[in-house]
Write a protein that binds this ligand. Structure first.
Ligand code: DQA
Length: 162
């Protein structure tokens, strides 16, 4: 099972940028915690951060046929990027959108997500802990998909044997 974590613009500045909004934790620390959970659960995990919209689109596309799920914080592109929305829809993988801050309590321009409607679910406003919640959510979703696949396979086998 493989999860890819994709981080949008300025998230490489976590721990430095607007600490009153995003807190003191650095991106590397968040990723280290996620990695720990992944290792404990036998899950492969990869991390990617870019400040460029096209690179984020490329990384989402690369998940097709390679990853089982995506955890993404598109950051400012959440509110503007039809290209990132289309890429998420195109690969059609379980995708969880994360926002560290509660975008619905902030400026009006942050209150619209272009990407959330094509994601499986969203985790918003829990601070960096949201990434941990997203990991838990993704493991639950992938577990359910696996169980469903196994049940289908068993049913097919039973039908073939009958
Ligand atoms: C953010 C919220 C966005 O509005 C903002 O542009 C970010 C971070 C968040 O995680 O709270 O860069 O996605």
């Amino acid at each position: 099972m493989k999860i890819v974590v994709i981080q949008g613009p300025n998230l490489n500045m976590l721990g430095v940028r607007e600490q009153s909004v995003y807190g003191p934790m650095r991106l590397e620390q968040i990723h280290a915690q996620m990695k720990e959970v992944a290792v404990q659960n036998g899950i492969e995990i990869e991390f990617y951060q870019s400040n460029l919209e096209g690179e984020l689109v490329d990384r989402i596309q690369e998940c097709y046929g390679d990853a089982d799920g995506i955890i993404i914080n598109p950051a400012a592109y959440t509110h503007t990027s039809i290209a990132i929305r289309d890429a998420i829809a195109a690969v059609n993988l379980p995708t969880i959108e994360v926002h560290i801050s509660n975008i619905y309590r902030r400026e009006e321009f942050r209150q619209k997500s272009m990407t959330a409607p094509v994601c499986t679910s969203s985790v918003i406003g829990f601070g960096p802990f949201g990434y941990h919640l997203a990991m838990m959510g993704m493991m639950q979703i992938l577990g359910e998909i696996n169980a469903l696949r196994q049940a289908q396979q068993q049913q097919q086998q039973e039908t073939a044997e009958a």
